[in-house]
Design a protein around this ligand. Sequence first.
Ligand SMILES: *[C@@H]1O[C@H](CO)[C@@H](O)[C@H](O)[C@H]1NC(C)=O
Ligand SMILES: *[C@@H]1O[C@H](CO)[C@@H](O)[C@H](O)[C@H]1NC(C)=O
Ligand SMILES: *[C@@H]1O[C@H](CO)[C@@H](O)[C@H](O)[C@H]1NC(C)=O
Ligand SMILES: *[C@@H]1O[C@H](CO)[C@@H](O)[C@H](O)[C@H]1NC(C)=O
Ligand SMILES: *[C@@H]1O[C@H](CO)[C@@H](O)[C@H](O)[C@H]1NC(C)=O
Ligand SMILES: *[C@@H]1O[C@H](CO)[C@@H](O)[C@H](O)[C@H]1NC(C)=O
Ligand SMILES: *[C@@H]1O[C@H](CO)[C@@H](O)[C@H](O)[C@H]1NC(C)=O
Length: 392
Amino acid sequence: MARQIGDKEDRSDRHTGLLKLVQILSFLVVFMAGMIMGLATSSQINQYFTSQARLFFNNNIAATKFPASNCTILKPCKKVDCFSMDTFLHPNNLTHGMTDEELFWRASLMPTKEEYPFDRLPKVAFMFLTRGPLPMLPLWERFFRGHEKYFSIYIHTPEDYVLNVSRDSPFYSRQIPSQHVEWGTVSLVDAEKRLLANALLDFSNERFVLLSESCIPVYNFPIVYKYLINSEYSFVESYDDPSRYGRGRYNRKMLPDIKLFQWRKGSQWFEIHRALAVHVVSDTKYYSVFKKYCRPACYPDEHYIPTYLNMFHGPLNANRTVTWVDWSLGGPHPATYMKVNVTESLIQSIRNNGTECSYNSEMSSICYLFARKFHPSTLESLLNLTSTVMGF
Ligand SMILES: *[C@@H]1O[C@H](CO)[C@@H](O)[C@H](O)[C@H]1NC(C)=O
Ligand SMILES: *[C@@H]1O[C@H](CO)[C@@H](O)[C@H](O)[C@H]1NC(C)=O
Ligand SMILES: *[C@@H]1O[C@H](CO)[C@@H](O)[C@H](O)[C@H]1NC(C)=O
Ligand SMILES: *[C@@H]1O[C@H](CO)[C@@H](O)[C@H](O)[C@H]1NC(C)=O
Ligand SMILES: *[C@@H]1O[C@H](CO)[C@@H](O)[C@H](O)[C@H]1NC(C)=O
Ligand SMILES: *[C@@H]1O[C@H](CO)[C@@H](O)[C@H](O)[C@H]1NC(C)=O
Ligand SMILES: *[C@@H]1O[C@H](CO)[C@@H](O)[C@H](O)[C@H]1NC(C)=O
């Protein structure tokens, strides 16, 4: 540009004097003004399009950059299908930047159409709510081996914890975006909902089981899968405890939304059907009441889901848990099993102690599929018992 102006100057007749100079100067002023305006507008347009693009394509797939230079009509660049059914139905990368509010909204979407446009093999989502390490990892890996098509794993850890597992483990790259959890507070319920919501994004997940790092399976995968997938009920412990540890934790300020006769207690370690999982992540009203009025010595994780289901979905609940725990020692915490305690007869008695449980419309000798709490030191003994007692 500058050169063109210079050329004009060279070519101009120096003898025409002042008039010519004035003409050149006014041309320059107009030209510069035009250029500044042009630049300002184009940068605004760029900004506008960038922010629009961020708004609409705020996910990894769409944001993938292509080398624009080498693409021609004859030889087009490989395109990513942003609306691909596969990534929509089975997101295989659990990393995302959604807030809880956005995530719960997405997870609450439910298909109205009854048939699926793909072969849907129902899966069980195993959701691990952990403080970090997974000491029972080798036991679970053995449990899952060979059944890859039938389950998905989700792990909630402390916020910045990186779980170190090998690439060929089913636990590899299964951590969900996690947040800080304070035990005994509503943040524990938030973590449970976060696990449910992430797992709901996979449309093949049909049953959702919550586990901790101290949980172990006591039956093999095919039995667990069949038991859960064929159950007409969800397994959320939900009972009326008249003592101060049950009704005593109810707060009258929860009226009129929650009444004392609706109040329930139950173990945090639930197992629920997809339909109920959608209801749990969708609820804001009752969750907010718990957040406000259920504070220590009221523990939201022991009351929110049992009470909410009792109020609205009771008939779909078996009201019992499939995760065994030993309260026989008394006190506020259940027994933790150490290496010395783990014997064949212990595991046998958890699998079947002679009591039967109702399952659908029948009775079943299988009441518990999982058990807690097992200390990391029990791992080796448990691995020794898998083939002889647990059947895997
Ligand atoms: C684009 O073309 C250049 C030159 O032909 C080549 O060196 C480069 O590798 C190409 N890039 C891609 C991504 O194909
Ligand atoms: C998942 O996506 C994140 C963010 O785009 C990326 O950093 C990560 O490498 C991806 N993980 C896998 C296993 O593809
Ligand atoms: C992860 O585990 C492997 C094998 O146990 C070990 O070699 C490696 O150092 C670990 N990495 C980190 C970051 O802890
Ligand atoms: C569980 O309790 C609900 C009441 O909340 C009841 O409607 C339902 O029938 C019970 N489930 C079973 C299997 O008894
Ligand atoms: C584990 O074994 C020890 C030693 O025999 C015993 O004192 C303890 O009560 C046992 N724990 C449980 C939960 O049974
Ligand atoms: C078996 O377990 C159930 C549930 O934990 C318990 O109520 C029952 O007393 C146990 N029965 C025997 C014979 O130990
Ligand atoms: C596990 O089994 C092996 C081989 O049978 C045995 O050497 C080891 O002591 C057992 N470990 C435990 C903790 O039972």
